[in-house]
Design a binder for this molecule. Structure first.
Ligand SMILES: NC(=O)c1ccc[n+]([C@@H]2O[C@H](COP(=O)([O-])OP(=O)(O)OC[C@H]3O[C@@H](n4cnc5c(N)ncnc54)[C@H](OP(=O)(O)O)[C@@H]3O)[C@@H](O)[C@H]2O)c1
Length: 262
């Protein structure tokens, strides 16, 4: 078994978080590339709006991925109606800003439930089907925030770093079962998820550009799909420095070296 990137003729492309931002743009792009696409999110109306632009190639399967049973039912419904899922882009995720001086447990819990628990629920529903077929392709959407700690991102960044680790484990383990695993680590993308993020957002790209980069990466054998590289590689280089250099630099670049506003 030699895992490889999936092609439209292999089966369905399932995209979670397909009702908005990166997921919606990617669904449209994959449909244009000839894929039959299944999209999942909680809000049916927003899913329908995306499907309406998909020339009959995008199909809607609403689910809250924080529920393992609900996610299993969605995967089953996709395969019953459309056929085997050949490519899954596990993209659904939320950003909740954490105030480190007075953190809310609920905010941590919510972030981990969607970003980590939700991805795990998708994997549990999907992986046995793919390993049973001896073929499949899974791309987990993490973030460049995974490379190192950033202010306000102690929940989001931790969840996204965990996803990189999860993808690394699966890339190694699922190889002998014919399942190809990738991780996506975007920099800033202009989507509703950025509305709550008060940071400067250097080199921010549109969801359409993000979708273009992800589609290109999905066709490659690389483990990591990262963009825009001038930003994500600089961030990797920053976090490769000794902590004594990198963390003060992060504090300065993000203006967290100034006294808190009273
Ligand atoms: N935007 C960025 O700068 C950026 C950068 C790096 C990585 N990312 C990652 O890229 C992914 C997509 O982000 P985006 O910016 O496109 O965000 P977005 O526009 O807010 O879209 C998030 C999607 O996830 C769905 N979702 C949220 N909670 C869900 C749940 N419990 N069950 C099922 N679906 C759920 C949302 O639909 P419903 O609310 O209807 O469920 C929506 O379709 C996320 O994983 C994000 O962390 C984004």
């Amino acid at each position: 078994m030699n895992p490889r990137p999936a092609k439209p003729g292999d089966g369905v492309c399932w995209i979670t978080g397909g009702s908005s931002g990166i997921g919606a743009a990617l669904a449209l792009r994959m449909a244009e590339a000839g894929w039959t696409v299944a999209i999942t999110a909680r809000d049916r109306d927003r899913l329908d709006d995306v499907a309406a632009k998909g020339r009959g190639r995008i199909h809607v399967f609403p689910a809250d991925i924080t529920g393992a049973y609900e996610t299993e039912l969605a995967v089953q419904a996709i395969e019953d109606r459309l056929g085997p899922i050949a490519l899954a882009v596990l993209n659904a995720g939320i950003y909740v800003s954490i105030n480190a001086e007075n953190p809310s447990f609920e905010d941590y819990e919510k972030t981990f439930a969607v970003n980590l628990g939700g991805t795990a629920a998708c994997l549990c529903a999907l992986t046995p089907r793919m390993t049973g077929r001896g073929a499949g392709h899974i791309a987990i959407v993490s973030s460049a925030t995974a490379f190192g700690g950033m202010p306000t991102a102690s929940a989001y960044g931790a969840s996204k770093a965990a996803l990189v680790n999860m993808a690394e484990c699966l890339r190694v383990e699922l190889h002998r079962h014919g399942v190809f695993v990738q991780v996506v680590t975007p920099g800033f993308v202009e989507t509703p998820a950025q509305d709550d993020n008060a940071f400067p957002k250097p080199f921010m790209v549109s969801p359409e550009t993000a979708a273009e980069r992800i589609e290109a990466g999905l066709g490659s054998k690389r483990f990591e799909i990262t963009f825009p590289r001038r930003f994500t590689w600089a961030l990797k280089a920053l976090y490769a420095l000794p902590y004594g250099w990198s963390l003060p630099l992060v504090r300065r670049q993000t203006c967290w070296n100034k006294p808190p506003e009273s």
